[in-house]
Design a binder for this molecule. Structure first.
Ligand SMILES: NC(=O)c1ccc[n+]([C@@H]2O[C@H](COP(=O)([O-])OP(=O)(O)OC[C@H]3O[C@@H](n4cnc5c(N)ncnc54)[C@H](OP(=O)(O)O)[C@@H]3O)[C@@H](O)[C@H]2O)c1
Length: 233
């Protein structure tokens, strides 16, 4: 194995949606508590999210302030490891390099997220100024493609450069879909809330392809919440 074992861990509606207003209903509260509990129990080396989820959950939509950073015209797009001692990671799939981080690690009240060293996964369609900003902020970054992110390259680098063996993929729908199409998901961990989503909600995998999984376990929780656990067939 030369890449991390990937577990896609998500809260879903009964109809398999993962975004939208249903997540904020009181009926979903218990499911979300269980989601965080299972996240911690996996004891993964880190968690990965798409740019939109990182904005919603961690940066509050802030953009990097590049006004005082010029960036080198002869930037050579080498990967950058800011903290060789880090052992727990927040991996941001941020194709063009836009997320506005204030610090090099996540600060969160939940120990399943707190103190994770940030790794930006970028394409070469990222400005040299943003790269300099990441170096100054002591955030690690890797390149995994020219204008789009190749999931397989990204995973191999997360393993070889950071020693990641177990990674939780935690949404949203678009980045989950990119992993699913790349056949990069080894296990599914779905906390199903007793709610049906509305028409604007997105599915577990945006633009997914057919793939078979086998059931590893089902757990009933209070408040009509179910945990479905599948592994790749
Ligand atoms: N139910 C749950 O458990 C759960 C968990 C997490 C999040 N969520 C929800 O998910 C929502 C966000 O999901 P989302 O689907 O809109 O966005 P997302 O998957 O969080 O982020 C998508 C973005 O990731 C970037 N990206 C990086 N590499 C990519 C690649 N190879 N292919 C495609 N995109 C790539 C792109 O950013 P650029 O556009 O900058 O290129 C893309 O627009 C939030 O509202 C949140 O509430 C739910």
């Amino acid at each position: 194995m030369n890449k991390p074992y990937v577990i896609c861990h998500m809260t879903t509606s009964i109809d398999g949606k993962v975004t939208g207003d249903f997540l904020y209903r009181p009926e979903c509260e218990k499911a979300i508590d269980i989601y965080y509990e299972i996240n911690r129990a996996y004891k993964a080396d880190g968690y990965a999210c798409g740019r939109v989820t990182m904005e919603g959950s961690f940066t509050g939509g802030a953009k990097a302030d590049l006004s005082k950073i010029s960036g080198s015209a002869d930037e050579n797009f080498d990967d950058f490891i800011a903290d060789p001692a880090a052992t727990f990671f927040a991996v941001a799939f941020d194709r063009k390099g836009t997320l506005g981080w204030k610090t090099s690690s996540i600060s969160d009240e939940d120990p399943g997220y707190d103190n994770a060293h940030i790794i930006e996964v970028l394409s070469k369609d990222t400005s040299p100024a943003y790269l300099e900003y990441l170096r100054k902020t002591k955030i690690s970054y890797i390149f995994a493609g020219n204008d789009d992110i190749d999931i397989d390259i990204a995973l191999k680098k997360l393993y070889s450069l950071f020693g990641m063996k177990k990674l939780l993929l935690e949404g949203g729908s678009i980045i989950n879909g990119a992993f699913q199409r790349a056949d990069a998901i080894d296990e599914l961990s779905l906390v199903v809330a007793p709610v049906i989503a509305d028409k604007d909600s997105k599915p577990l995998f945006c633009d997914g392809t057919i793939k078979d999984f086998k059931l590893k376990g089902v757990t009933n929780y209070p408040n009509s919440v179910i945990w479905l656990n599948y592994v790749k067939k």
